[in-house]
Design a protein around this ligand. Structure first.
Ligand code: HEC
Ligand code: HEC
Length: 206
């Protein structure tokens, strides 16, 4: 019975999430982070800038949870995520640098209470919204906000969890329950949520 196994996987993953998520970090120093973050804007500060091969949009970071940005950077540094450029970027940062640059790049966090836009694919309510919200705003700082993120980047991330190129004990089991059609429908749905994540504004440097 598929609904039983969904419930079961959700229960296991929520338990895992609660076990793995340590105490949330104190906010970093956004002023110091701005100096470190200058080098990041060459990609994250240009609207619709693309990863060259394979071709997909560089993720938006403004409005993201700072705690999640730090966790993502640590995953690139620790090679739980495979991406050459982001490995090089993250390896050059200390833990303090990561806290600070995350505080700068995230800016303000998106509001949690916004109503969802459009009708969610059924699997979103069955499998995803418990952590990412129906409106794509992660319910805690450990769960990434997906609202308004580039659809091709979201799809790429889901496929990487499926293939194991991104290793994550929570997302692996959820991504593995999605067909290619689910991946596309869910990526499009979350990309369409408003208010949306934004690209970092380079103008703030002038
Ligand atoms: C040369 C382009 C480039 C530069 C420079 C760059 N990034 Fe990235 N960044 C990317 C790409 C491409 C991805 C998506 C990688 C993937 O598919 O996992 C990414 C992913 C990320 C993510 C994951 C976002 C998410 O939603 O999971 C974070 C966080 C991040 N970068 C932060 C930074 C920081 C901080 C810097 C500067 C220290 C930086 N990046 C510099 C291209 C770049
Ligand atoms: C139990 C909580 C939980 C559930 C349920 C969950 N996720 Fe996640 N999700 C996470 C966590 C934690 C991460 C960060 C993993 C990492 O560090 O790579 C994540 C990461 C992601 C990412 C990558 C975001 C980025 O910016 O790179 C996508 C896309 C995603 N989830 C989509 C989904 C979808 C679609 C579902 C339902 C099929 C789902 N998630 C179910 C907790 C959850």
């Amino acid at each position: 019975m598929p609904s039983m196994s969904y419930q079961w996987v959700r229960l296991v993953a929520v338990t895992l999430a609660l076990t793995l998520a340590g105490p949330t970090q104190a906010a970093g120093d956004a002023e110091r982070g701005k100096l470190i973050g200058y080098t990041c804007l060459g990609c994250h500060g240009i609207e619709n800038y693309k990863n060259v091969y394979p071709t997909y949009n560089v993720p938006k970071l403004v409005g993201q949870h700072a705690e999640y940005i730090v966790a993502a950077l640590k995953s690139y540094r620790g090679k739980q995520r495979s991406h050459g450029t982001m490995y090089a970027q993250a390896s050059s940062l200390s833990d303090q640098d990561m806290d600070d640059v995350a505080a700068y790049l995230a800016g303000a966090v998106l509001p949690a209470g916004a109503p969802a836009t459009g009708t969610a694919p059924q699997k979103v309510s069955e499998l995803c919204s418990a952590c990412h919200g129906a409106n794509g705003v992660g319910i805690t700082g450990d769960y990434p906000t997906l609202a308004g993120q580039h659809a091709d980047y979201l799809a790429r991330a889901l496929i990487e969890y499926q293939k194991g190129d991104r290793k994550n004990p929570i997302m692996g089991p959820f991504a593995s329950q999605l067909s290619a059609a689910d991946v596309k429908a869910i990526a499009d749905y979350y990309a369409g949520q408003r208010p949306a994540l934004q690209t970092v504004k380079r103008k703030s440097w002038l």
